[in-house]
Design a protein around this ligand. Structure first.
Ligand code: KG4
Length: 334
């Protein structure tokens, strides 16, 4: 069986071909970073226009790199939501139309589920159940993953997502977009203890997150330094900010695993590519006897291979899309 998957929920046009169980034959990602960088964030209208231009060539490339033709595809999967509706509609409508014309089954995949299952694409995937932290530009949530189609949310951000905080802090420091990769690079040369930025715990037993206070604290610090005519030690600001984010993410993930009693912890989403998060979570899981599973960085950020993996399990469960199914901007899981 061969699955063709399409992902266009935000600013990357992606397509992949996958063979169950989870052998990735191709995974193509066309990034729009260059288009949005000068605006310091994603401009939705520009994103959907670029998806329209790129969807066909990206799908063609995914098929040709996999060495297969459309005639050999057995199932089409596409991200149905959440995300920017204008962006989602391009990939989702393309997938549904292709399925209709070719007489193929089609499944709609929740983008969050893609991230929750992205570890299955690795050579040594986790068994179920596991506790998962999904941490990206749009989401920061903890889930109990019981099997490939059953998820229970344990906590979520009450305001900004962690990746959004990285992007906003980068913008106020004039570092460009996306902020995560550049902040983590600069943080490597900074002192994580230089500035005591706040950690929002939200109560002893809460598994929710909040990053807007931290972002405001960084903004106030930078403004006060500028007012005082001081040069800003950018590497120290990056390292101290990153440490505050990582500490809360790691503490809450371990608390969630304690609550579920799971022996396995999984991370996913763009911020899961952060080397400091990977290192600290690795140390803490090892110290507490938990098994940690992390997707390789290419499967942390948005990709269509994870949508194919999640789509396969939807298909096995008989959850096929009706031709009039619509895209959605908010995930029912969140
Ligand atoms: O999963 P993703 O590609 O798209 C969403 O679904 O949001 O995540 C993108 C987010 C951006 O906010 C980006 O700044 C962040 O992931 N990111 C990182 C790193 N690489 C990407 N954040 C921290 N450290 C990184 N190395």
């Amino acid at each position: 069986m061969l699955i063709l998957a399409i992902e266009s929920s935000c600013d990357d046009t992606a397509a992949a071909v996958l063979e169950p169980e989870n052998r990735v034959l191709s995974s193509i990602i066309s990034s729009q970073n260059e288009i949005h960088a000068r605006f310091g964030g994603i401009v939705p209208e520009l994103a959907s226009r670029r998806h329209i231009e790129m969807i066909r060539p990206v799908v063609d490339q995914a098929l040709s790199e996999a060495g297969v033709s459309l005639d050999e595809i057995d199932l089409i999967a596409a991200t149905q939501g959440p995300g920017l509706v204008g962006s989602l509609l391009v990939g989702f409508t393309f997938a549904k139309s292709l399925a209709l014309v070719r007489g193929l089954p089609c499944v709609g995949v929740d983008h969050m589920v893609g991230h929750l299952l992205s570890c299955l694409l690795e050579p040594e995937p986790p068994d179920f159940p596991y506790t998962a932290l999904i941490v990206s530009g749009g989401n920061t949530s903890l889930f109990a993953v019981n099997d490939p189609v059953t998820f229970t949310r344990l906590g979520r951000t009450r305001d900004d997502a962690a990746g959004e905080a990285f992007d906003k802090v980068a913008k106020l420091l004039g570092l460009g977009y996306p902020g995560g990769p550049v902040i983590s690079r600069l943080a490597a040369d900074g002192n994580p203890k230089a500035i005591a930025f706040p950690r929002a715990r939200l109560g002893e037993h809460s598994l929710d997150f909040s990053f807007s206070g931290l972002k405001t604290s960084v903004a106030s610090y930078v403004a006060s330094q500028r007012r005082a005519g001081q040069t800003i030690a950018v590497a120290d600001v990056c390292a101290s900010f990153q440490e505050a984010v990582v500490e809360v993410l790691v503490d809450k993930t371990l608390a969630a695993a304690k609550q579920t009693g799971h022996q396995r912890v999984v991370i996913g989403g763009g911020v899961a590519a952060n080397p400091r998060l990977r290192a600290v979570l690795g140390e803490r899981c090892a110290a507490t006897g938990l098994q940690l599973f992390m997707p390789s960085p290419g499967f942390c950020t948005d990709n269509a291979a994870m949508i194919a993996a999640a789509g396969y399990y939807q298909f096995l469960g008989g959850r096929l899309l009706a031709a009039d199914a619509d895209a959605y901007s908010r995930s029912p899981l969140n």
